[in-house]
Design a protein around this ligand. Structure first.
Ligand code: ZN
Length: 144
C-alpha cells in the first residue's frame, strides 16, 4: 500500500518533530509497514524514507538505491571522517534541496527486518542517506 508522505504544511507536520520510540518486538504490523514504506519509496522515486514521514513515530527507516535495499530498525550510529557539504532533497520538502553538513563515514548498529542485529559501515552516498534518515528519527530536518 502506498502511504501518504507528510510534507511541509501538512496538518500532521508535528509528527516530523515528535519523539520517536524504539520498535519493541517484531510483529505483523512492522512487516507490513516496512513493505509499504518500500512501495512508497518506489512510487515517489526517493532513496530513503523514515517512519515519522509516514505518520509513525518509530525508530525505523528504509533505504533503497539501484544496488542496495535495507530496513533499519532502532538504529544507532557513529560518524567519522572529513566534513562535507552537499545539497540534499527530502520527500517531505518536494522540489527543494538544501546544503547539509555531513561527515564522510558512518558505522551503524541496527535490527533488520528479519529481526537480526546487524553492524555495518558505509561511506559516500549511502552514508549521506543514512545520516539524513537518522536525522528524521531525531526530529531534525534539512531546513534546520
Ligand atoms: Zn528526508
Amino acid at each position: 500500500m502506498i502511504l501518504d508522505i507528510i510534507k511541509i504544511g501538512d496538518p500532521n507536520w508535528y509528527r516530523l518533530r515528535a519523539k520517536n520510540t524504539d520498535v519493541k518486538i517484531e510483529n505483523p504490523f512492522l512487516q507490513q509497514l516496512i513493505a509499504d514504506m518500500f512501495e512508497t519509496l518506489d512510487k515517489y522515486g526517493g532513496v530513503g524514507l523514515a517512519a515519522p514521514q509516514v505518520g509513525h513515530n518509530l525508530n525505523l527507516f528504509v533505504i533503497k538505491t539501484p544496488n542496495f535495499k535495507e530496513a533499519f530498525i532502532n538504529p544507532e550510529i557513529r560518524l567519522s571522517g572529513l566534513q562535507t557539504q552537499k545539497p540534499e532533497g527530502c520527500l517531505s520538502f518536494p522540489n527543494m534541496t538544501m546544503p547539509v553538513d555531513r561527515l564522510e563515514k558512518v558505522e551503524i548498529k541496527y535490527i533488520n527486518k528479519d529481526w537480526q542485529i546487524k553492524f555495518a559501515k558505509f561511506d559516500d552516498l549511502l552514508s549521506t542517506i543514512i545520516q539524513h534518515e537518522y536525522d528524521h528519527l531525531k526530529g531534525k530536518l534539512i531546513i534546520d
